[in-house]
Design a binder for this molecule. Structure first.
Ligand code: IVH
Length: 669
């Protein structure tokens, strides 16, 4: 934490805080080596915000507080590029790469030259412009001559410096805006939770985020920017490409470290082979290696064709896609009971791996693909994720429609689809297919923490009928355990003792262990702290559940239907008898958040023109307000979108003021 200095003017203090924050942003987002905790960072940011609020005349666009502006846009302004942003020619195999090398050698007339080999990042290219060291504009590639101005969205990318220290310069960087696999999975999980289609790959998700009309959507999707060109007036700023990359790094940009200065194409081929084998170890997707002649003077001699430079080439990794026939579609039941359709494929080799199954995610995805059993499809394997079906290539002669089963394929219980969710779930907590997964979850570290309760043991316990529900764990004897394969008396005693010790775990862990959909560690903590006992939670009506922080209508609904299922109630009773902890100390309610909407309670109804429901909720909460699911006398405002439901009638009946999206955004300012 920077020490306050009493003799400082507010302007000096603001500048000192900004510099410290920039330094820590660089450590965190570019170098991935944070030196302070998130809380310390937040406290400093808060201090800066307060000072800027008191002195709005001192706010500058490069302040760390200015990353997420506010206003949604109508569309994007078109901007001309300083020099064409062309594409690269491709080399689809080693021979084509060697052809490229031969051409370069011939054109350079035998002189000495080197290549810079870089990873080909699978995102979208973007130019970021700086004036006097301050970020002023970001432009997408567009058609290469004219792109779209995405400045406000790019500002939210934390690895993009808003100010470059030590330069008072005007320059442009060009590079790749990309999304890592973890953020991609998160974005798709959110899409699913909102009943929206999944993005096919991180590149599409990054493009969607960068071109979102609302900058806060871009911000929440956590993009990264890795530049590979440094230009001044449309031309290279340094004498060599390698020097440009080093310069960019010094300026504080996140330059990809996996690059190599190659003395010849042999070193280049080795680099390609190395990364083709290692690509899955990266947290983001790459689809090849880019070679650039290092010397800018030599680049100029080689020149350009109409489409691409003659001094660079993209070596593309062989595709990890293949065609095959969908022979069947089966339904798998996961731990939370989610039913996942899985394509059973005619086995096919994709990049050295035989693939015979591909996930179809959910019913909507099958419909989106227009897939039926018997169709020939394109299947893709990427990263270490489960292979997926990209699209239908041609329809089978005797194709068969897939239908989601009306009952759980494993136990015949009812399946439900929660409003707004895409997944159907089996409601039976004792469903055998769910059982092994749920026992493993229950026993896992961070939940009930039963050491020794691994897959091999759980398989045997379930297969021999010793465990039909997690409650049975507490009735196991040492003899039961010792009777299992590969279980010595001593280990049986240990596991038994570990099970007994788990009875003492606090309520949030018990709640998490139950496997209620959408109730993970954090929500369990909040629920236990808000209601103080499992019985209070299990009996709470929907509206009461939603009074807990971060519990929206979907989560409340999931909790309600879980406890409304008699079998789950029975499980709870057995766990109570086993002596598990059912009460918890209540956390005192936080004083109403500070913020323009502190103390205000909102209800949303209908579809808003720009804001998705979750975004509207997030923004209201960020401003200190609360969002609940039903209109009552306590409601301050009802926000009304297209096709509002009965909530609008209720608001009118109770005389509660209504707002449209514009009105809400005004209040949020
Ligand atoms: S250089 C004049 N370097 O690949 C050509 N491009 O196929 C400028 N890409 O549009 C491109 N990683 O979006 C270059 N290290 C890298 C790259 C890279 C990914 C993308 C970029 C470009 C496309 C060309």
């Amino acid at each position: 934490m920077p020490h306050s200095k009493s003799h400082e003017t507010p302007a000096q203090k603001i500048e000192r805080l900004r510099e410290t924050l920039r330094h820590h942003e660089h450590l965190y987002y570019v170098l991935d080596q944070p030196e302070i905790t998130d809380a310390e960072y937040d406290a400093m940011m808060q201090e800066l915000r307060k000072l800027e609020e008191a002195h709005p005349e001192l706010i500058t666009p490069d302040s760390p507080t200015q990353r997420v502006g506010g206003k949604p846009r109508e569309g994007f302004v078109k901007v001309a590029h300083s020099s064409p942003m062309l594409s690269l020619d491709n080399a689809l195999n080693e021979a084509e790469l060697r052809d490229f090398d031969r051409r370069v050698r011939e054109l350079l007339g035998g002189g000495h030259f080197r290549y810079v080999a870089e990873l080909k990042l699978d995102g979208l290219s973007m130019a970021a412009r700086y004036r006097d060291g301050v970020f002023v504009q970001a432009v997408t590639r567009g058609d290469g001559l004219v792109g779209e101005d995405v400045t406000e969205n790019a500002r939210t990318i934390r690895s993009l410096p808003l100010r470059v220290a030590g330069t008072e310069d005007t320059f442009e960087t060009r590079g790749e805006a990309l999304m890592n696999r973890k953020s991609f999975e998160k974005v798709n999980a959110e899409q699913e939770a909102q009943g929206k289609p999944r993005f096919a790959n991180p590149r599409n998700a990054a493009a969607g985020a960068l071109r979102a009309l609302e900058p806060w959507v871009t911000a929440s999707r956590k993009l990264d920017y890795q530049p590979y060109f440094l230009l001044k007036d449309g031309a290279a700023m340094e004498k060599s490409h390698w020097a440009s990359l080093e310069r960019l790094k010094e300026m504080g940009f996140k330059v990809n470290e996996n690059r190599k200065l190659c003395a010849d194409i042999e070193e280049g081929v080795a680099f390609c082979n190395e990364w083709e084998a290692k690509r899955d170890s990266l947290p983001y997707e790459i689809d090849g290696v880019v070679f650039k002649v290092d010397s800018v003077a030599q680049q100029e001699r080689l020149g350009w064709t109409a489409k691409a430079p003659r001094w660079a080439i993209a070596y593309k990794f062989p595709p990890r896609q293949a065609r095959t026939v969908v022979e069947d579609i089966r339904v798998q039941v996961g731990r939370t009971g989610a039913l996942t359709p899985v394509a059973v494929l005619r086995p096919v080799d994709i990049g050295g791996v035989t693939v015979s199954r591909a996930t179809l995610h959910n019913e909507d995805e099958v419909a989106r693909l227009g897939l039926e059993i018997g169709d020939t499809v394109l299947v893709e394997r990427s990263g270490d994720v489960i292979p997926k079906v990209v699209r239908v290539v041609h329809e089978g002669a005797q194709r068969r429609r897939f239908h989601m089963p009306a009952k759980c394929p494993e136990c015949g219980s009812e399946v439900v689809r929660e409003p707004g969710a895409v997944a159907w779930r089996c409601i039976n907590v004792d469903c055998p297919a769910r059982l092994k997964e749920s026992v493993l979850h229950f026993a896992s570290r961070g939940v009930m923490d039963i050491d020794g309760m691994g897959e091999v043991l759980v398989d045997q316990l379930v297969d021999r009928g010793l465990v039909k529900s997690v409650a049975d764990l507490y009735e196991l004897t040492v003899e039961d355990l010792a009777g299992l394969e590969r279980m010595a008396e001593k280990s049986a005693k240990k596991v038994h003792a570990n099970i007994q010790a788990s009875r003492k775990r606090p309520l949030p862990r018990v709640l998490n262990g139950l496997g209620i959909p959408m109730v993970g560690e954090r929500t369990a903590q909040i629920l236990a702290g808000t209601f103080g006992s499992l019985d209070e939670i299990a009996d709470a009506p929907l509206e009461t559940l939603q009074e807990a922080e971060e519990v929206g209508p979907k989560v409340a609904e999931a909790i309600r239907s879980f406890f409304d299922e008699p079998r789950n109630r029975k499980l709870v009773e057995r766990l109570r008898k086993a002596g598990l902890v059912f009460t918890h100390e209540k956390t005192p309610r936080k004083a109403a958040h500070a913020g323009p909407l502190a103390g205000k309670v909102f209800v949303l109804t209908g579809t808003l023109p720009n804001l998705a429901r979750e975004e509207a909720k997030e923004r209201i909460e960020a401003a200190g307000g609360k969002v609940t699911g039903s209109v009552s006398k306590k409601t301050s405002y009802v926000v009304v979108g297209d096709e509002p439901g009965s909530k609008l009638d209720k608001a009118r009946e109770l005389g509660i003021p209504t707002l449209n999206e514009e009105g809400l955004l005004d209040m949020l300012k």
